[in-house]
Ligand binder design. Structure first.
Ligand SMILES: Nc1ncnc2c1ncn2[C@@H]1O[C@H](COP(=O)(O)OP(=O)(O)OP(=O)(O)O)[C@@H](O)[C@H]1O
Length: 260
């Protein structure tokens, strides 16, 4: 969890009784079935759970990328359900940052231009000193003029992290940020995320990897659309063991359905 000095501050993300139902072809799917969550400012939270447990749905709902069926999401004090489409777009552009598994950098742009893109899309000018400071922060101070094809996977993801930070967002949401990286680059990126959280940046990350989760302050375990467990100051073996239990019971439940 966050440093004790943050304890009295209001949570940067508040989720109450969040529910998401998809109308699937084979009938409705309740992807989230009543999530309550407070995320302290400056904390690093990992979300884990078996495939289909609702991780991505939770991340997207908390980030304002999708509208829940019911319940409340508050981000930096703004209740997302009260925002019209224009305000929601502004909130997504200015107050949240995203990091994706597949980097999503534009191939034709340099690292510097990729980092500045969120500001340009918002009709703003980038301060070159700020861009340079962010490139320095992610260890790519000398690579600002490189294009994505001239960078390694880990370097591309670090550009993506700098891009997520350019608007000084309330929260950085990361969806499997190390899923496409080798072990060493993954650790570099996780170390960077950890350092950002230590510097006060709030980070929420979906991951399948217990080692990645061990860089966080707290791990939330989802199963079948509810939070069933959480670990503070997690170690990778502890996370792996809880995940193994969850996956086992998810498989048992799936088998039961087949037998019935
Ligand atoms: N657009 C959709 N329409 C119908 N069902 C959906 C849709 N998106 C997700 N689902 C279902 O909702 C449930 C939760 O999906 P979600 O992608 O949030 O899980 P997840 O934990 O992120 O899974 P994974 O680890 O496999 O990415 C799953 O049963 C999934 O099949």
């Amino acid at each position: 969890m966050s440093h004790p000095s943050h304890a009295a501050a209001p949570p940067v993300v508040r989720v109450r009784d969040l529910r998401v139902r998809y109308e699937g072809e084979a009938g409705p799917v309740d992807a989230l079935r009543g999530i309550d969550l407070d995320v302290p400012r400056g904390s690093f939270t990992a979300i884990m759970g078996p495939s289909g447990s609702g991780k991505t749905t939770l991340l997207h709902s908390a980030a304002g990328l999708q509208t829940p069926t019911s319940g409340m999401v508050e981000l930096g004090g703004a209740d997302l359900s009260t925002l019209d489409a224009t305000r929601l777009t502004k909130l997504r552009r200015r107050r949240v940052g995203f990091v994706f598994q597949a980097f999503h950098l534009l191939a034709a742009l340099t690292a510097r231009q990729n980092v500045e893109l969120p500001l340009r899309l918002d009709g703003k000018r980038a301060d070159p000193r700020r861009t340079q400071a962010l490139l320095d922060r992610v260890g790519l101070g000398a690579r600002g003029e490189h294009r994505p094809h001239q960078l390694s996977g880990g370097q591309k993801q670090r550009v993506a992290v700098a891009r997520a930070l350019i608007t000084d967002p309330e929260v950085v949401f990361a969806d499997e940020p190390t899923g496409a990286l080798d072990i060493r680059s993954a650790r570099d990126v996780l170390g960077l995320l950890r350092a950002l959280a230590d510097g006060g940046q709030t980070i929420i990350m979906v991951t399948h990897d217990p080692v990645a989760a061990s860089f966080s302050d707290q791990v939330l375990f989802l199963a079948d659309g509810v939070i069933v467990d959480h670990l503070r100051r997690p170690s990778a073996p502890e996370v792996a063991s809880r995940m193994a239990t969850l996956v086992e019971s998810a498989e048992r439940a799936a088998n039961t359905v087949e037998i019935v």
